[in-house]
Design a protein around this ligand. Structure first.
Ligand code: MN
Length: 228
């Protein structure tokens, strides 16, 4: 047995729908600007250029159903996303083999301190302070691929307090799930336990304490998160 000098950090995991087992999380890759209309609303050109990714930390995942409003921000935005969970990985994975590595899918939120992200962008700094903070990745249970969606099509929608805020279709993704897996594997060794947050449709906006966010992805399920 390894003789750790301090108590080892807890392994983060997510529940698996219909199972007593849980899914251990290794890394979280998040793509930026993967839906044209969202790219436009953020002030950028939606022409297909190379994708870019940032990362959240595995322990930013929160499966409690609550989102504690974070400190140091007064403009925290929701970004509803399809989350892809990998059961295996490797390097230089071809697009035609990419889907063999998918364990399943979940509904997730890429919560963003938009004001801090904006300062980072303006100053050419990394995005972590706006993206990779405590509880910044609420997500629901992972639905095994055999029981869930074709990730290339399906309605994706977020309501806040019953009002529709974000609406789109997975078929609007500029980079498909298979392309993201292949692309990431050219730059990283991707592996079992990795999650990919696949980008958000248009309609991102702020939340305040007390708001209830309900996100749905057709073929995957529904996620309800209360801002506390
Ligand atoms: Mn996002």
């Amino acid at each position: 047995m390894t003789n750790y000098a301090i108590t080892p950090p807890k392994q983060t995991s997510a529940p698996i729908e219909g199972s007593d087992e849980v899914f251990p999380i290794r890394r979280i890759y998040c793509i930026g600007r993967n839906y044209a209309e969202h790219t436009i609303e953020m002030g950028h050109d939606p022409d297909r250029e190379d994708p870019f990714f940032f990362q959240k930390n595995p322990d930013n995942i929160d499966v409690s159903g609550k989102f504690p409003y974070p400190p140091k921000s007064s403009n925290v935005h929701h970004e509803l996303e399809l989350v892809v969970a990998l059961k295996s990985g490797g390097r230089d994975i071809k697009q035609e083999n990419a889907m063999d590595h998918v364990f399943g899918y979940a509904v997730g939120l890429d919560m963003t301190r938009r004001d801090l992200q904006g300062i980072s962008k303006k100053n050419g700094r990394p995005w972590e302070i706006g993206k990779a903070f405590e509880n910044s990745a609420p997500m629901g249970p992972i639905v095994p691929a055999s029981k869930s969606t074709n990730p290339d099509a399906g309605r994706i929608e977020l309501k806040v307090n019953g009002d529709t805020r974000q609406q789109g279709n997975l078929n609007q993704m500029i980079w498909k799930v298979s392309e993201m897996i292949s692309y990431l594997s050219e730059y990283y060794e991707i592996a079992a336990g990795d999650l990919i947050m696949s980008g958000t449709p248009a309609g991102v906006g702020p939340v305040v304490k007390g708001d209830v966010m309900v996100g749905t992805v057709e073929g995957v399920g529904e996620l309800s998160i209360t801002v506390v």
